[in-house]
Design a protein around this ligand. Sequence first.
Ligand code: HEM
Ligand code: HEM
Length: 456
Amino acid sequence: MTDTESPPPSGHLSAKGFCLTSAFWMTVATFMGLLGATELIAPDLTGNTAWIVFGRIRPIHVNLVLFGFVTPGLLGAAFYFFPRLLRTTIYSEKLGVVTVLVWNATLVATVVTLAAGYTQAREYAEMIWPVDMMVVLVFSLLIVNFLMTVRQRKEPVLYVSVWYVCAGLVLTATTYALGNVIWKPDSGALIGIPDAILLWFYGHNVFGLLLTPLSAAVAYYVIPRACRAPLYSHTLSLLGFWALLVIYTHVGTHHLLQVPVPTWLKVVAIVDSVAMVIPVMAFLINIWYTARGKLGEIHADIGAKFVFTGTIMYFFVSIQGSMMALPQVQRVTHFNNWVVAHAHIGVLGFAGMIALGGIYYVLPKITGKPLYSRLLADFQYWMVLIGIAGFAVVLTIAGLIQGHAWINGETVYRVLPQIHHYYVTRAALGLMIFTSALLGLYNVIRTLFFNPGDRS
Ligand code: HEM
Ligand code: HEM
């Protein structure tokens, strides 16, 4: 890694903006998750108030965790390390700040339209056309800023984090536009099975070509820096990068194994889902070997601690994912809480943990002061970790109960009493994660704006 130089401070304002965006929307997003979880325990609680019925809260929660919390957190870190790795300044700080503002306007528009019942009703592509266009716009602004920074670089070698950020942004802008069928503003959809195939091509790309590359980029930056060790292998990092791009683009149809899509497409999706072990292990071996013998350094740095834990979660979620793509396994796990467990291990345990790690790693550097409270950050770490481990356990059990009951011919509603107490436990764990988000927001605001500079 060639990051020994100290270029003039650059990207700091945009990085601050994205870190704050992430910390703020994490509180809103987790509150929406908590509200949804509470409604699943007590369906009459909100008295059918239209704008907070479960069907509206769920897409708000999901879109906010993806685009409000995780992605901005990862981008906050990227705005810090990108110019440093390229030994230049960010192409345009003003453009970065404008992007933060438009990004937040897009999130507000997302919440307002979905709560008001304006939806295209396709999972992960619920936003209506004007909001879709705002998303495409913010990704285009990011692409201009990051690619122009690459263009004006003084460092000839492109470190793997740079590859990952550029790929994540370019591929997301493209697949978002395709998956949301933006050339059909009214429906945002094709017709029938081709629509399902296109939707899930995009749907899994949100995790595979947005969250995963940005998370990998942050991990590849933070872990060697925190360990003060060179990356174990640059060759392995590029092997993992290209394998991810080639393999992950073909897995979307593993969401449609129970649907009459062409068999050859299912076979491609299943084979590539299993082949995902190649990029996953290339990345993990590289990171873990870099950190070998340096766990003390990782423990000492709260940012690195979050990031490293995220890589362990990545191992579990990916092995689980490869198994879930096998038709025999999916016959039990599909359409129930097993998948919700997997989703939380992936989006919160892997990408969310790395986003939080990125924020905590760069905050002291962009403010020039230590984090306001390491203790609070540690507290947040344990609350999130216990919360996500608890989610994984109770939702997996609930999913197995549902899956096995259904396969034995039981109807959906008769299984609900069996999983009620797991839902109650999930809500309790969710309350803890929501509280941790509040602590995180407080810590970030204090660090950015009211930091005496000498606390630990
Ligand atoms: C920032 C942390 C979180 C992330 C990244 C996250 C992510 C997600 C994702 C990706 C889904 C879609 C799952 C699927 O369709 O398979 C989801 C659904 C859900 N999440 Fe979260 N979530 C987070 C925190 C929470 C919290 C704190 C709660 C509160 C208990 C919660 C409750 C729910 C509920 C109730 C659903 C709907 C599940 C269903 O449809 O049955 N989430 N979440
Ligand atoms: C090797 C890597 C992975 C494989 C092979 C894989 C496989 C799968 C499969 C087969 C499903 C569909 C399950 C079903 O509907 O029955 C699924 C769902 C899901 N996966 Fe993964 N997964 C992987 C990694 C990840 C990661 C890293 C994340 C998050 C960053 C993630 C997030 C999700 C989410 C949110 C869903 C729920 C989608 C929905 O709402 O239905 N996955 N995954």
